[in-house]
Design a protein around this ligand. Structure first.
Ligand code: ZN
Length: 342
């Protein structure tokens, strides 16, 4: 089967044929991957933002939509022919051993879920069944939805103000979530105007392009010099993190979603933290996909949240390096890779 492999950090992925493990182990599920989205995490893995990668060569991708082909011993939560979301956060079910694939007698490593490969051996707890009328692109986006940030990290109350730095896929989901809980104002900050336009469509009340306007001054104008109740960084850029913290009100919350490089340090004035200001990192919005995905599907079906509108680009698996390049250049919002025909 075809797969895109990270062989060396900071290099294009190698697209080649590899073999599946010969037998499914306890808690493993074989899934035919229909499509996958790309997100900042994979770019981070390629670029080595967390440092040296001990698992090379390995497969990538952590949000996808697919069909169950076969289940290993012990699996009870999914069965053959189920349509599923492949997600990186843990849901219910068994956490299986991670699979090893074979590439010309070399081992290719993989995590509990990978999606840049036509067939994937996935841990039961990284799969959630979806109704058959939900399309696979939506499934892929549900694998890394970002909405948990609003409920579990920001714990946003109606009428509270929020600023979201970075309006890529995750930032836009957070904006949609903020609009759903009636936050006000909802301020979107991004250097790309086409993304800010989408942010407005998804519920941002104000948009700021830092390459044109002073962010701090503008935010203080909007919230009457108070600072915002919640600031979320989805960029992982240290200077942006510092700014997000600075414009958070004295008893507000700064939430870090984007991951900064391992060798970069943010500089903040910590005293307000002693008096009620909060600075925390989010781990995938602390979401439990088994519980959260059905709720999100309910909202999608009733038209309360729009996921497909975030998809700006579609590529075949063979074109994945081009897709990654476009993602890096800020052209894409949600970028879909078609892995296999349904
Ligand atoms: Zn993701």
């Amino acid at each position: 089967m075809k797969a895109a492999i990270l062989v060396e950090q900071k290099k294009p992925l190698v697209i080649t044929d590899i073999s599946l493990p010969c037998k499914l182990q306890y808690g493993q599920v074989l899934v035919k991957v229909i499509c996958s989205s790309i997100c900042g995490s994979q770019i981070g893995e390629i670029d080595g933002v967390k440092g040296t990668d001990k698992f090379l060569p390995h497969l990538l991708g952590h949000e996808g939509g697919g069909i169950v082909l076969e289940t290993g011993h012990g699996v009870t939560r999914v069965k053959k022919d189920d349509h599923v979301v492949l997600h990186w956060r843990k849901g219910f079910g068994i956490e299986s051993p991670t699979p090893k694939y074979n590439w010309d007698h070399k081992i290719v490593n993989a995590g509990w879920v990978t999606t840049f490969n036509e067939y994937a051996v996935v841990s039961e707890n990284r799969l959630t069944i979806i109704p058959k009328d939900v399309d696979f692109e939506i499934a892929a986006l549900l694998g890394c939805a970002g909405l948990g940030v609003i409920n579990n990290n920001v714990r946003l109350k109606i009428g509270e103000s929020i600023a979201v730095f970075g309006t890529g896929g995750v930032g836009l989901s957070i904006i949609q979530g903020a609009a759903l809980v009636s936050a006000n104002p909802i301020i979107a900050i991004d250097i790309y105007d086409h993304k800010l336009k989408l942010a407005k469509e998804f519920g941002a009340t104000h948009v700021i392009n830092p390459s044109k306007i002073n962010v701090k001054e503008e935010i203080y104008k909007i919230v009457d010099n108070q600072g915002v109740a919640a600031a979320v960084d989805s960029t992982g850029v240290v200077k942006v993190i510092e700014q997000a913290y600075e414009i958070t009100s004295p008893n507000g919350r700064t939430i870090l979603v984007g991951v900064q490089r391992y060798n970069e340090k943010a500089s903040i004035y910590p005293l307000p933290l002693y008096f009620g200001k909060v600075l925390i990192g989010s781990h995938g919005g602390e979401s439990n996909p088994s519980e959260d995905i059905p709720r999100y599907i309910n909202l999608i079906k009733s038209g309360r949240i729009e996921f497909k509108k975030m998809i700006t680009h579609r590529f075949a698996l063979d074109e994945i390096n081009l897709a990654i390049e476009k993602f890096r250049q800020g052209e894409t919002v949600r970028c879909m890779i078609n892995i296999l025909e349904n």
